[in-house]
Design a protein around this ligand. Structure first.
Ligand code: BEZ
Length: 239
């Protein structure tokens, strides 16, 4: 039987390392171009299926609570759904109330309106299983992390039924920012301050020079010396 591409498969997907498109969009912060909004900062664009829905309200509430943590890492947040700016504005007040923040406060990040589904279609963010009352597909829960060079560093895609964990998004940003400036990798469940891994591409003699704090090699039944730890280096960019 011939394979028929689904709506989401026909769209142009972003690959790691691709330059993120400089979309011009309407948002709760006004009309803006994504690259101009980001400037030299890191960015997170995260989509949600729709305004005035329970899981999305908890997600944007949590993102707002964690805003100081994103700012501390020089990361600018942008939310997005296929609803319009006016709905975003009205829904924002529900999110503010959900967070028990002072009524009338602004969310600390813009919500992008994509009523014509141009962004969600072109970025492969549509969830074919979730439809609005008119039968149009809704956006899935996509996360794009964009580097200061505007290139895509990470993408994750959740279905509408599963809310994301924004502490995990902060954790992966810590790993991305550390590994952007250091030839290391972070192991499972890594947290800032934990030891990191020396990648297999670095020979032992070079590793000893690169990591003066020491390299610990775990002995394994295979006898292969690939599981190498070193204390976490400084994550600041070189000056
Ligand atoms: C929600 O945000 O609660 C939701 C939205 C679409 C489908 C399922 C859940």
């Amino acid at each position: 039987m011939q394979h028929r591409p689904r709506e989401t498969e026909r769209s142009c997907r972003m690959l790691l390392g691709d330059v993120f498109p400089n979309f011009e969009v309407d948002s709760t912060f006004g009309r803006m171009k994504v690259h101009d909004f980001l400037g030299d900062s890191w960015g997170v664009l995260f989509s949600h299926p729709g305004d005035f829905t329970p899981v999305c309200t908890t997600e944007l509430g949590r993102a707002a609570q964690l805003s100081p943590e994103f700012i501390r890492r020089d990361v600018k947040l942008m939310a997005l759904s296929v609803d319009g700016v006016e709905e975003h504005q009205r829904w924002s007040q529900d999110i503010v109330a959900y967070n028990n923040t002072e009524a009338g406060s602004q969310l600390p990040f813009p919500i992008i309106a994509d009523v014509r589904r141009e962004l969600v279609q072109s970025l492969g963010m549509l969830d074919p299983d979730e439809k609005d009352p008119g039968g149009m597909p809704l956006s899935a829960r996509c996360v794009f992390v964009i580097g200061p060079d505007k290139k895509l560093k990470l993408s994750i895609l959740y279905p509408a039924s599963t809310g994301r964990n924004f502490d995990e998004i902060l954790r992966v940003i810590d790993s991305l920012q550390l590994t952007a400036h250091n030839r290391v990798a972070t192991p499972v469940d890594w947290r800032p301050g934990n030891c990191v891994m020396v990648p297999p591409s670095i020979p032992e003699t070079e590793a000893a020079e690169l990591f003066p704090a020491g390299v610990y090699t775990k002995h394994l039944p295979s006898g292969k010396r690939y599981l190498r730890y070193t204390p976490q280096p400084n994550s600041d960019p070189p000056v």
